[in-house]
Ligand binder design. Sequence first.
Ligand SMILES: C[S@@+](CC[C@H](N)C(=O)[O-])C[C@H]1O[C@@H](n2cnc3c(N)ncnc32)[C@H](O)[C@@H]1O
Length: 281
Amino acid sequence: MEVAMSDNHWQITYPQGMIKYVDFFRNELFQYEIYDAVVQKYINKYANIEVNKLCALGCGTGRHEVQLKRMGYEIIGVERNRESFPVIEAVFRENGVEPISLVEADFFDFELLKKKLKSQHFDCITLLFVPLSIEDTVKLVDIFEYFLKPGGLFISNQFIGYEEGFTPNITLCDNDYAENPLQKDLPYKEREYCVRLNTYKYKKNLIDWTAVYIFTDENGVVRMERDHDIIDVLLKDEYGSRLKSTNSSMELLPLYEVNEISTDANMPKTKDCIVAWRKKN
Ligand SMILES: C[S@@+](CC[C@H](N)C(=O)[O-])C[C@H]1O[C@@H](n2cnc3c(N)ncnc32)[C@H](O)[C@@H]1O
């Protein structure tokens, strides 16, 4: 749930007990294996150092990190939401991948991060599928320059919009269905599942996304929960201006439109793109 604090700042939180169900949809819709291969290609092309040590901000249920760990990166995940921790453990176990180190922290809390990450410096910092405002994303680039080695990258993603002729003052609706990915071996009737009804309200560069989740919880009670997100869409001609870091050590790199993943993984009417900054040598 994103709680708006102002037009340019909001917090990402979730209704209690929902992370497990949200993860059903992450697994179903986001093609992490394909996406993270694109991330790796981007790293190889643009980092000016060899990339081994990676810090994953907002790692959530660890689905990117399972892929990235398989590629051989050493990873520390930073996550604020406690409920994600047992799910991330289960996801790594299920995939037969050694768990990563996790740090429980708000990634905007610089003093806490300095304490928890100690004097560690990273070759790459990722902020993937974390729908902050673009202004707050750039703020994190400014903060995390401190933890980055010269020549290393800060990699994030945005939704870029819109196709020609689309006027963003409409509402669109769709729905999804997903099953518990950790129960693939159970008979169909015994698997947990969830239905999600989505409403997207388009207002200039912002999309208000309300998702209503309907599911049977672990006590056998049918529940309905509502989640709200705000998506800050990057308009094509704003690339340089909105993403420019105020930290002169961080240079903005070329954007990469991710055409490798299916359009289901995008917000309707937008396209996913990788945006990144490199710390100057
Ligand atoms: C939409 S989820 C994406 C999770 C994961 N990166 C993925 O792609 O599957 C965003 C994650 O960022 C975390 N997050 C948001 N704001 C945060 C903050 N200020 N500090 C730490 N984690 C945060 C949320 O708790 C959530 O797990």
